[in-house]
Every structure is written in structure tokens, then in C-alpha cells.
Design a protein around this ligand. Sequence first.
Ligand code: ZN
Length: 164
Amino acid sequence: MIRYALACDNGHSFESWFANSAAYDKQAKRGLVTCPVCNSAKVEKAIMAPRLHRTDVEPPRPIVAPPPASPAPPVPPAPPAKTPVAIMSPQERELRSKLKELRDHVTKNASYVGPRFPEEARKIHYGETEHRSIYGEASPEEAKALHDEGIEFHPLPVLPDDQN
Ligand SMILES: [Zn+2]
């Protein structure tokens, strides 16, 4: 036995059982397959799935599935903050400790001016304020501007220990 989903020319959908597909063809040809609703013999196999029972009179339409939404690209997890690391020779370790000494010396003896460094450095350079040692922060642009103005300053060595 084979079950067909059928539709008449009036748009009625129904199901019917046949011994096999040849039996259906034979009966349909003879007008023996009729719509149970309107008795029309103009019946065709429906495109629709047999289980999908339609009650309206629209002709069956192939159901087009919307294209699957493209999955959002996976957001890579933020990489853990990395600290530059190095294996140092004894000489390098010595240099490093000297850099630290220099840094400690500067930070102990100079005034910390923070982001006002470019401004303070200019005041000192142009004699607007007393000459003193200062340290602070400057962006690369600010540092370049100071350099272009002939203001002498040095980047403080940043040591891995400082990066906490
Ligand atoms: Zn019908």
C-alpha cells in the first residue's frame, strides 16, 4: 500500500491509499480518483508533504526555507595580557639592576608631574619656572613635539617588575 497526498483542481488537499503507484496512475486516468470535498476527478499528486494538511483553497506552494542565518563569527576570547619576558645573561641582569637604580634615583629625586610633563618640561626649558628634575608621562606625539622644540628629556626605563 502506498499513500499519496492529492489535490484537486479546486485546491482541496486530501490523502488516499493505493495498492501501488501503477494502481494510482490507472485509477487517476480513469477518473476514479475523486476529491472527497467537491468530487472533482481532476486530481493530482500534491507537492506538499502528506502530513501537512491544508484547509484553505490556495494551490500548494513549495515551501522555501529561509537561508540559514550565517552564524556570527565566534568571538575569540581576549588573549591574556602578556608581559614581555626574556632570559637574561649575568651582564644583562647587571644592566637591568643599573636601570632600576637609575629609575629609582630619578623617581626619588625628581618631582612627579604625571601627564603635565610636557607642560612642565616647557616651563623649565623656557625659564618660566625654576630648573628642577621632573618626571611624568608624555604621549609619543608630545614627546616628539618636545624633542622638536629642543627640550632634552629621557624615557624612563620600564622594567618588568613595574608592570603589575
Ligand atoms: Zn476538491
